[in-house]
Design a protein around this ligand. Structure first.
Ligand SMILES: [Mn+2]
Length: 385
């Protein structure tokens, strides 16, 4: 059994040699040298335990990181390198965990029933603050609106007696950085705390919905590529951090749900996450639904074609968000059905962004119903308080 002090030595050595420290690298090195397989989180804990045992403190580590940063100002290249690693460490340090997987696209083939229901919300922008008399928004309102969505879903499902539903969270869960690179660390910290708040709120909501609807099978879908969670302007590499902080939220929720399931809880929840999610209803004559935040697509009217090409299927229904403006648009008939685009309203409601673009819309979410027999879909928008 390897000692904490050995792990500490290895970590310090790596840091000295490479000018930075990644817990994943330390874990690899520990395994290579001693055959002892530890997770990055476990080596981080061992490192801190040793440091505490010898009288060092976590604050000491922060101090040292700051000193490293100051020292490296001398050399531009080194500085850039250590800022990046400090950024990664700030995020992972607050989160206590490195993300485990990245998925670009998730395809789910589902058994079809005559009618399918997707409750879809988007653009929560957790962390956005606005105290304008006409549009107030803060984290308290975020929670209130998310709970209102949950309550309305539960009431609607009970009213109609559905035995299975889909719930879609379609991007921009957090307000994110505003991407002002000049305040890199402060913003990174704020983003990470927003992500934590969102994860905790959503965890409680998923648990509550699961308990309220014990006999309903619930597919909880969350897209992980959006514009407000993007980290790629920071120039991070893919092995340091995901390109989007939302991946940390989806990772956390997936872990929470899966561990609850190991102990018999949340049995009716299936959590599905990817940058874009393709749902295919039925195998013989498939009805294809693509859920994407939409910032990645260019011209609205051409989206059905772009999406069909990217996913190599006919897209019958596209569920987008991003513009914070609710609408339904029908397109030409294909494969004996009707193509549709549903644009979700935002949960945040009016923002200065939407005001600037003359795209203001009340806060809300959508209930989307797919008639898989006549191959049509429609959406009802529900206004939130
Ligand atoms: Mn948005």
């Amino acid at each position: 059994m390897i000692k904490n002090s050995q792990i500490y030595e290895i970590a310090v050595e790596i840091e000295r040699e490479t000018g930075r420290m990644s817990w994943a690298k330390v874990a690899d090195e520990v395994e290579r040298r001693t055959g002892d397989k530890r997770t990055p989180n476990a080596v981080r804990k061992a490192y801190k335990r040793h440091l505490q045992a010898v009288g060092g403190t976590v604050k000491g580590i922060e101090e040292r990181k700051r000193m490293n940063l100051v020292r490296s100002v001398v050399e531009t290249n080194v500085r850039e390198y250590s800022e990046k690693s400090l950024l990664a460490e700030t995020i992972i340090g607050i989160w206590n965990k490195e993300p485990e997987h990245f998925t670009d696209r998730q395809v789910v083939v589902l058994q079809t029933s005559k009618e399918e229901h997707i409750y879809a919300f988007s653009d929560v922008h957790d962390g956005y603050k606005n105290s304008h008399p006409k549009m107030t928004y803060n984290q308290e309102i975020t929670e209130k609106r998310l709970w209102e969505i949950a309550e309305r879903i539960v009431a609607d499902v009970k009213l109609h007696g559905y035995d299975h539903i889909h719930v879609l969270d379609n991007g921009d869960p957090i307000e994110g950085a505003g991407l002002r690179v000049s305040q890199l660390l402060r913003i990174t910290e704020a983003m990470t705390l927003q992500a934590k708040h969102y994860t905790n709120t959503m965890k409680a909501i998923i648990k509550w919905v699961s308990e309220q609807l014990p006999n309903v099978k619930i597919k909880w879908l969350m897209v992980s590529d959006d514009n407000h969670g993007q980290l790629r302007l920071y120039n991070t590499k893919r092995d340091e951090l995901p390109e989007n902080i939302v991946v940390l939220i989806t990772n956390a929720l997936k872990n929470i749900i899966e561990s609850a399931q190991e102990f018999g809880g949340l049995q009716n929840i299936e959590f599905i996450t990817a940058d874009e999610i393709l749902l295919t209803f039925g195998e013989e004559k498939p009805f294809n639904v693509v859920c994407a935040h939409s910032h990645q697509y260019t011209k609205n009217d051409d989206i059905l074609n772009q999406v069909s090409q990217r996913h190599d299927v006919t897209c019958h229904l596209f569920i987008g968000a991003h513009w914070h403006l609710a609408s339904v648009k029908y397109k030409n008939v294909k494969d004996g059905g009707q193509q549709a685009m549903v644009w979700l309203p935002s949960v945040v409601g009016d923002t200065d962004f939407s005001e600037q673009l003359f795209l203001s819309c009340y806060p809300g979410f959508a209930k989307i119903t797919i008639d898989t027999v006549s191959r049509m879909s429609n959406a009802q928008f529900i206004r939130l308080q």
